[in-house]
Design a protein around this ligand. Structure first.
Ligand code: 6V0
Length: 309
């Protein structure tokens, strides 16, 4: 049975820019009863608890925010891991790997043993690599260990397409797939606007696909150069994923998850519910997209193998 919002608990491990934005979005959407904040910087964490608690007093919020320990986090319904170094301007997500695998290892060992049905949601970068390692280190079933993946990139893509087509973003089905990073690609062959294939809904010449895909890919760097971090977009994505899980919604979302065929975690659309990944959706990608997916997986596997040495 799905847990209801009054009793379910979410832990946010790492309450910097991304963690705090996620908590704020969770409070505004009333997703759970309690949010535990965990961070190595205790005074900073306590400041975030006070600040974010103010947001819960806004109206009839059913969410209580408090400080928590790793052990308590491991007993929550969802643990969101945003602890880690972030990109500097010009740095790729994959360059964060050494620093963030070390942090991941200490965070997960501090939380063990996990509640049996805990869902681990990785957000720290490089998210696909960390999700793959978290599956191994945590010992939880693979379906319960997922990453935010290209959900954020897909939302950015939908936003751009919505402007071009002058329709609501919610009427657009379009995915960025593969790595949340440099080798990601847009699955144009299955993109639709109101169910109409994108070729027909936005005829050739209306926009340059390559330019749009590049613009989606470079958005994070633009934000980082301008203000040092991206936070609100990913915060709202975390709240949306948590809501799909706790309310067992079975939404279809492009998130990072274990792909047996590719021997690593990367993003393809899945059905998301209380058990995490409920099932994969078979995707009729064209030959070029299938090739790009394999290349993206190959890039990720190389990084994962390199990190094991
Ligand atoms: P930040 O503002 O520096 O916050 C990180 C927080 O983690 C700090 O408060 C640290 O004290 C804390 N922390 C570090 N080590 C530990 C530990 N062992 N246990 C508990 N807390 C710890 O970074 P920011 O919030 O901006 O980014 C966090 C991570 O999210 C980075 O790796 C980013 O690259 C990544 N992002 C991922 C996105 C995605 O789409 N998946 C989007 C944006 C950022």
């Amino acid at each position: 049975m799905p847990t209801n919002k009054l009793t379910s608990r979410i832990a946010i491990v790492g309450v910097g820019d991304v963690g705090a934005a996620a908590v704020f979005a969770l409070i505004l959407s009333s997703v759970c009863g309690q949010i535990l904040l965990v961070d190595t910087k205790e005074a900073f964490r306590d400041g975030q608890v006070l600040d974010l608690s103010d947001a819960t007093h806004r109206g009839n919020s059913s969410t209580h925010v408090r400080a928590g320990t790793y052990q308590e986090a491991g007993q929550c319904d969802i643990v969101v891991i945003t602890a880690g170094a972030k990109q500097k301007p010009g740095e790729s997500r994959l360059q964060l790997i050494g620093r963030n695998i070390g942090i991941l290892g200490s965070v997960i060992s501090g939380m063990k043993p996990f509640k049996q049905d805990t869902i681990l949601l990785l957000v720290a970068n490089p998210v696909d690599v960390l999700t793959t390692f978290a599956q191994e280190i945590s010992g939880l079933p693979k379906a319960q260990v997922i990453g935010s993946g290209t959900f954020l990139d897909s939302i950015r893509l939908r936003g751009h397409l919505a402007e071009k087509a002058e329709v609501a973003a919610s009427s657009i089905d379009a995915y960025v797939l593969g790595e949340h990073g440099d080798s990601q690609f847009v699955a144009w062959s299955i993109a639709t606007i109101g169910g109409v294939p994108i070729d027909k809904a936005l005829p050739a010449g209306t926009f340059d696909r390559r330019e749009l895909a590049e613009s989606v890919k470079s958005t994070a760097q633009k934000i980082i150069e301008a203000k040092g971090a991206t936070s609100y977009g990913i915060g709202s994505v975390v709240a949306s994923i948590c809501s799909s899980i706790l309310f067992d919604k079975h939404n279809v979302r492009p998130i990072s998850h274990w792909q047996q065929d590719h021997d690593c975690c990367l993003s393809l659309p899945v059905v998301l519910g209380r058990k995490g990944v409920v099932r994969n959706l078979p995707l009729p990608l064209d030959d070029e997209e299938t090739k790009l997916l394999h290349e993206s997986a190959k890039d990720l596997r190389e990084v994962i193998d390199g990190a094991r040495k």
